[in-house]
Design a protein around this ligand. Structure first.
Ligand SMILES: O=c1ccn([C@@H]2O[C@H](COP(=O)(O)OP(=O)(O)O[C@H]3O[C@H](CO)[C@H](O)[C@H](O)[C@H]3O)[C@@H](O)[C@H]2O)c(=O)[nH]1
Length: 155
């Protein structure tokens, strides 16, 4: 089963649709700060496939541990990123950097080391944000220290 964080958002819902169409089992995790149930309903209607969704936050380590304990997650597609001008740098770093750190810690704890990061277009809002570069740097360091990780950067 593939866990898609931020699966109810724009990039996440597109990912969920592609994964379902490719025949994968998908579990969506989203705090619905900007994502919508409507986006998920549209994916279900377009693909004719069912999938589960859990409401919660990637920054909540205990919640994430429960999700990994209760589901056979084999890989994660991480789309729960925030960008745009409406948020302060502290809010963006908290969402993007702290969120990814906690996700990586829990994945490591459960031995799930396959990760796709959907960080946005090179010239999109995400690229101008230092929190995205910080996420990339952290992940590169984690991979350098442990060859068991398989990480893909996606748009
Ligand atoms: O801590 C968080 C933060 C966000 N979300 C969720 O993550 C999804 C984010 O999706 P959006 O539709 O808000 O955003 P986009 O997918 O369009 O874009 C986001 O991801 C892009 C990369 O795909 C860029 O990084 C961009 O700047 C960033 O806003 C939403 O469902 C939101 O509810 C969480 O679950 N937890």
């Amino acid at each position: 089963m593939i866990l898609v964080t931020g699966g109810a958002g724009t990039a996440g819902a597109r990912m969920v649709g592609e994964l379902l169409q490719a025949g994968h089992e998908v579990l969506v995790l989203d705090n619905f700060s900007t994502g919508s149930v409507k986006a998920l309903q549209a994916v279900a209607a377009a693909t004719g496939r069912d999938f589960d969704c859990v409401k919660g936050d990637v920054r909540d380590g205990a919640f994430l541990q429960r999700v990994f304990r209760e589901n056979s997650v084999t890989s994660v597609v991480h789309c729960a990123f925030v960008g745009g001008s409406g948020l302060s740098p502290l809010e963006r770093y908290e969402n993007n950097l702290a969120g990814t750190l906690i996700l990586l810690q829990v994945m490591d704890e459960f031995g799930v080391k396959r990760l796709t990061l959907t960080l946005g277009d090179a010239d999109g809002a995400g690229a101008a944000d230092g929190s995205v570069a910080a996420v990339q740097r952290m992940v590169v360091d984690v991979c350098a220290a442990d060859s068991g990780w398989v990480v893909t950067f996606s748009h």
